[in-house]
Design a protein around this ligand. Structure first.
Ligand SMILES: NC(=O)c1ccc[n+]([C@@H]2O[C@H](COP(=O)([O-])OP(=O)(O)OC[C@H]3O[C@@H](n4cnc5c(N)ncnc54)[C@H](O)[C@@H]3O)[C@@H](O)[C@H]2O)c1
Length: 254
């Protein structure tokens, strides 16, 4: 019988932005696939780690970590590596969104979005890849981009977010090529509209317009992203790197 190529058993996975939303749900599914779990978030997330450990019988820890601070990121990767024994996989997912017209956007608002969504993804990927190489390990990274990296959302204005996510898609391709000789793969997922804390507070008339524009006539759920992340982090995708998987209920193809 063949081994389960989707299994993440004996792997330790870091999830950034794992306190809530997509990160929290996907972390549970990675644990279900056998991985031990490390949550990085600005917010304290020991409750999430405890819940995952209890439910899935894996080891899980959480660390407060600001992905925009490269020293904090490097320190927490080192600490998590030492406390968990090793690190293998990264779901590089923390992000924020700002709905604001470009003409009204201040330099600090612009910089904040780029800093979390693009610079943060780079700092965590860089520190993680350095950790793997220093420990003579191969490994695997999935970044959370967005369909907003390929299309311009309406009716809300969110140029900083869209630009940051387009950056994540191409950063993923660039690092995939650089890291290929080191045995490290990197792919991205580009979700469409997904029901989470991030989208839940958006005004209802905008959400109604989104749903009307989505061929599936509904927003997605974080659960509907988990299979893609497991696939890309597992041995089911060993020849896949630098790819972007759009998961959007057909939004971007019409
Ligand atoms: N929800 C959607 O419709 C959607 C669609 C496409 C892409 N995405 C992307 O998916 C990712 C997760 O989105 P979500 O909907 O779960 O959002 P969310 O707001 O529910 O969760 C984001 C998490 O990231 C954490 N975070 C924010 N800034 C951080 C920082 N500097 N350092 C560490 N952690 C930080 C937050 O504390 C939070 O726990 C984001 O990158 C988002 O851009 C979301």
């Amino acid at each position: 019988m063949k081994n389960n190529i989707f299994s993440l058993k004996n792997k330790v996975a870091v999830i950034t932005g794992g306190k809530q939303g997509i990160g929290k749900v996907v972390a549970g599914y990675l644990a279900d696939a056998g991985a031990d779990i490390v949550i990085f978030d600005l917010a304290e997330a020991s409750d999430v780690a405890a819940e995952i450990a209890n439910e899935h019988g894996v080891q899980a820890r959480s660390y407060i970590c600001d992905v925009t601070n490269p020293q904090d990121v490097a320190d927490k990767i080192a600490q998590a590596g030492s406390e968990m024994g090793t690190l293998d996989l990264l779901f590089n997912n923390a992000g924020i969104c700002l709905h604001k017209e470009a003409l009204e956007c201040t330099p600090s608002e612009w910089s904040k979005v780029i800093d979390v969504n693009l610079n943060g993804v780079f700092y965590v990927a860089q520190a993680f890849a350095r950790y793997l190489i220093a420990n003579q390990k191969t490994g695997n990274i999935v970044n959370t981009a967005s369909m907003s990296g390929s299309i311009v959302n309406i009716p809300q204005c969110q140029a900083s977010y869209n630009a940051s996510k387009a950056g994540v898609v191409h950063l993923t391709k660039s690092l995939a090529v650089e890291l290929a000789p080191k045995g490290i793969r990197m792919n991205s997922i580009s979700p469409g509209y997904i029901r989470t804390e991030m989208t839940g507070t958006v005004r209802q008339d905008w959400q109604d317009i989104w749903v009307d524009m989505i061929p599936f006539k509904r927003m997605g759920t974080p659960e509907e992203l988990a299979g893609a992340v497991i696939y890309l982090l597992s041995d089911a995708s060993t020849y896949t790197s630098g790819s972007d998987m759009i998961i959007d209920g057909c939004f971007t193809i019409v």
